[in-house]
Ligand binder design. Structure first.
Ligand SMILES: CC(C)(COP(=O)(O)OP(=O)(O)OC[C@H]1O[C@@H](n2cnc3c(N)ncnc32)[C@H](O)[C@@H]1OP(=O)(O)O)[C@@H](O)C(=O)NCCC(=O)NCCS
Length: 207
């Protein structure tokens, strides 16, 4: 089983080349320390609406540096999507191997027993210009591959999805996420819990 330390030591383990819908080349890979400036550009470029739908602690260089400083130190794996033609970070896909007490309680009330042996949290964010372009669906199989390699078999949404986030809801539904139930988010926002059970063959580690 892969660990976050293994990935930080050899990011190539989880580096995959992709083609975006317009056939331009892109790479999905773990965030690395050298990314702080480019990650800051990505965060700073998010529109107010994107920031409402997907919230970060900050949107500047300090916030980006914090995310880079957290590499392999806590429970998070952050994958970035890089558009090869511009060399810009155009997506951030976050996984957390830790669960919160409130997640566990909400899912238990819905009859689902979450554990840190089986479950992890996931939150995707694309740059505004890349939203609705199929990039999220292109990346998701690589995220599920990473989750399997980390030894987990289900993915829940990190903090749920806002109930009015129609595009994200469609994205999750078409990619197999199941609705668990509604809840009220930290700022009184109507939100939904969703879960994706991973099934099938566990791919071998790339050599
Ligand atoms: C959520 C997100 C990662 C999905 O990635 P994506 O590349 O946009 O998703 P896809 O293009 O693969 O799929 C989106 C689907 O929603 C549909 N869609 C787009 N806008 C929509 C809208 N306003 N209402 C309903 N459906 C919509 C698309 O047509 C597509 O469905 P289809 O393939 O059946 O036509 C991306 O949109 C994003 O980063 N959004 C902003 C941040 C965010 O909301 N993050 C999630 C927080 S929980």
């Amino acid at each position: 089983m892969l660990t976050l330390t293994d990935i930080a030591e050899d990011p190539l383990i989880l580096t995959r080349g992709l083609r975006l819908r317009d056939a331009s080349p892109a790479v999905l890979r773990p965030l690395v320390h050298a990314d702080a400036e480019r990650l800051a550009d990505f965060l700073a470029g998010l529109s107010p609406e994107s920031r409402r739908l997907s919230t970060f602690d900050g949107y500047d260089f300090a916030a980006a540096r914090e995310l880079c400083a957290a590499i392999a130190r806590y429970d998070k794996l952050r994958l970035v999507l890089e558009d090869e033609s511009s060399q810009r970070i155009v997506g951030l896909f976050e996984l957390s191997l830790a669960l919160t007490a409130s997640d566990i309680a909400r899912y238990r009330a819905a009859g689902i027993h979450l554990t840190e042996r089986t479950d992890c949290r996931f939150g995707p964010t694309l740059a505004d210009a890349y939203q609705g372009s199929g990039a999220g669906s292109l990346v998701l199989p690589f995220v599920t591959e990473a989750v399997r390699l980390l030894g987990r078999s289900r993915i829940i949404l990190w903090g749920g999805v806002l109930a009015d986030n129609a595009r994200a809801l469609r994205f999750y539904e078409k990619n197999g996420f199941q609705l668990v139930g509604p809840f009220t988010g930290p700022h009184g926002t109507p939100s939904l819990d969703m879960i994706l059970p991973l099934t099938g063959h566990v791919p071998p580690l790339p050599t």
